[in-house]
Design a protein around this ligand. Structure first.
Ligand code: 3PG
Ligand code: CO
Length: 575
């Protein structure tokens, strides 16, 4: 029968503190001027790679994109959700993007409880689709929206309103115009078939709706006002006009467009959400939809004044939070990521300490899991790591600490972010001697990389490297072990390239800045005084990916991994 008990590793000891460091957006790529990690002073990460500190077997690359992390194809870049899912779960699960593709292709999406539920509104109400409009494939995909529009209209939706969020983060800045054109074209074809279909509102994803981890509810409120109440500071006759006009403002970009509503000739919003309507949030990825899902679903809600709470039928593209069961209705079942490494380790008696806020109570618990990251990445080494599950497996053994982010700024203004603070907390946790695992996410390479500001990203990479040093120094002091890796690439390539790898120029001769993630592999480095001297990377695993890390970490804690986990990256030579 099934047992949570992990077998002892035959050769590796227990009781060594393990620091697991996830550098966000830190891939390996050719060294050139657009590789910010290369340009930046990163002596610590360089030393791990050049293995000044250890045997040559202790640094290697693993895949962090495409099928290695459960995405539909190897053309899909990695992202934090799928990357941390794989790191924590130790297996490759078909991810939201792929599950939605399959459900749409088979038509099963239209047979499920979720679709049948919203369908009841089609006769007398409007179907509202809210989500990110791009082909980035990280949170949503345009082609899935197109198929859903077609499928819903063929199944009785007579009045459809789309509430768009422009991207520019997972795709090139400025691409919003083309996506709006494509969508407008589809909607006009639906209108020719007698369906009243229109874009009703919009805004840039980072300023409207798609906040995460309860960082800034104002972002969600701006969206609510436009989408649900039909109120926004900008009013336009068409979404194309809206996006073109708002982008023409100085410093405007797709990520941060202000909220707008589309109005009819009499100036009235064309698509507020009303009693009896259906709403689908079309993103498959959870983190940036959870807050809106709460606003749409919860009767008791005090995060902002919703003003008017329409009686709607609401479904998510997926269920976004398996622990909260949020939303309760959804079109496609999420991947069932269970038996994650975090749950196993807690259940194997590892003492755990965690603390939600560094300044408040519960500071004196014995603990082994000590988790740090900035608010904007809060859920990455917890929620994503634990299989899109909020909360603790065992509250008496875990506490998750948060270092608050600067809010209200874009991270190119403060590219060091809170890397130092995160590292210091991790250091203190290690030095306290109470923790078996200290797990951190250092967000700089990713969060600053997404701004497209190359100079700032160089500063960001240096700051992340300095943070790694603080943590590795503490590992050294306590005789522990480190495993340093990344969830996906970003900062190592900041320019859009052609197939031959040459930077692409825009029409003014400037380079096309790549704000998105990449397809690059990421490093895994292990070491530290607590590492058994016989440990080295196996050579018999051909193309390992992030999912191979979980078994590796379990080994470093002195356990064998469960049999169905992807194999460990390490072996232990006899000495
Ligand atoms: C975001 O949500 O910020 C980006 O779309 C993806 O970035 P992440 O996967 O690194 O969070
Ligand atoms: Co990112």
């Amino acid at each position: 029968g099934f047992s949570w008990t992990l077998p002892d590793h035959p050769k590796l000891p227990k009781g060594k503190p393990v620091a697991v460091v996830v550098l966000d957006g830190w891939g390996e790529a050719n060294a050139d001027q657009y590789n910010c990690i290369h340009v930046a002073q990163t002596p610590v990460m360089d030393s791990l790679k050049n293995v000044i500190t250890g045997a040559p077997e202790k640094w290697r690359l693993v895949k962090a994109h495409g099928t290695a992390v459960g995405l539909p194809s190897d053309d899909d870049m990695g992202n934090s959700e799928v990357g941390h899912n794989a790191l924590g779960a130790g297996r490759i699960f078909a991810q939201g993007a792929k599950l939605v593709d399959q459900a749409l292709a088979s038509g099963k999406i239209y047979e499920g409880d979720g679709f049948n539920y919203i369908k009841e509104s089609f006769e007398n109400g409007t179907l509202h689709l809210i989500g990110l409009l791009s082909d980035g494939g990280v949170h949503s995909r345009l082609d899935q929206l197109q198929l859903l529009l077609k499928g819903a209209s063929e199944r009785g939706a007579k009045r459809i309103r789309v509430h768009i969020l422009t991207d520019g983060r997972d795709v090139l800045d400025g691409s919003s115009v083309g996506f709006v054109e494509t969508l407008e074209n589809d909607l006009s074809q639906l209108r020719e078939k007698g369906i009243d279909a229109q874009i009703a509102s919009g805004g840039g994803r980072m300023y409207v709706t798609m906040d995460r981890y309860e960082n800034d509810w104002d972002v969600v409120k701006r969206g609510w006002d436009a989408q649900v109440l039909g109120e926004a500071p900008y009013k336009f006759k068409s979404a194309l006009e809206a996006v073109k006009t708002l982008r023409a403002e100085p410093k405007a970009n797709d990520q941060y467009l202000p909220p707008f509503v589309i109005v009819d000739d009499s100036g009235k919003a064309v698509g507020p959400v009303l009693d009896g309507d259906a709403v689908v949030t079309i993103n498959f990825r959870a983190d940036r939809m959870v807050m809106l899902a709460k606003a749409l679903e919860y009767a008791d809600f005090d995060k902002f004044d919703r003003v008017r709470v329409p009686k709607i039928r609401y479904a998510g593209m997926l269920q976004y939070d398996g622990e909260l069961k949020l939303p309760s209705r959804y079109l496609v079942s999420p991947p069932e990521i269970e038996r994650t490494s975090g749950e196993y380790l807690v259940k194997n008696g590892i003492r755990t300490f965690a603390c939600r806020q560094a300044t408040v109570k519960r500071l004196n618990r014995i603990n082994s899991h000590f988790l740090f990251h900035e608010t904007v990445k809060f859920g990455h080494v917890t929620f994503f790591w634990n299989g899109n599950r909020s909360g603790y497996f065992d509250e008496t053994k875990e506490e998750y600490i948060e270092v608050p982010s600067d809010s209200g700024i874009t991270f190119n203004v403060a590219p060091k972010m809170k890397a130092l603070e995160i590292a210091e907390k991790a250091r203190d946790a290690l030095l306290s001697g109470k923790f078996d695992q200290v797990r951190v996410n250092l967000p700089n390479g990713d969060m600053v990389g997404h701004t497209g500001d190359i100079e700032a990203t160089v500063v960001a990479c240096k700051a992340a490297d300095e943070a790694v040093k603080i943590i590795l120094d503490a590992v050294e002091q306590v005789g522990g072990i480190y495993l340093v890796t990344a969830d996906h690439g970003n900062a190592e390539d900041m320019v859009k390239r052609n197939k031959a790898g040459k930077p692409l120029l825009d029409k003014n001769g400037g380079i096309q800045i790549l704000t998105s993630h990449t397809l690059q592999p990421v490093p895994v480095a292990i070491g530290g005084p607590g590492l058994h001297p016989g440990v080295k990377f196996r050579t018999d695993i051909q193309t390992p990916g992030l999912a191979n890390v979980a078994a590796t970490v379990m080994n470093l804690h002195g356990f064998e991994a469960p049999a169905d986990y992807e194999p460990t990256l390490i072996e232990v030579a006899d000495n």
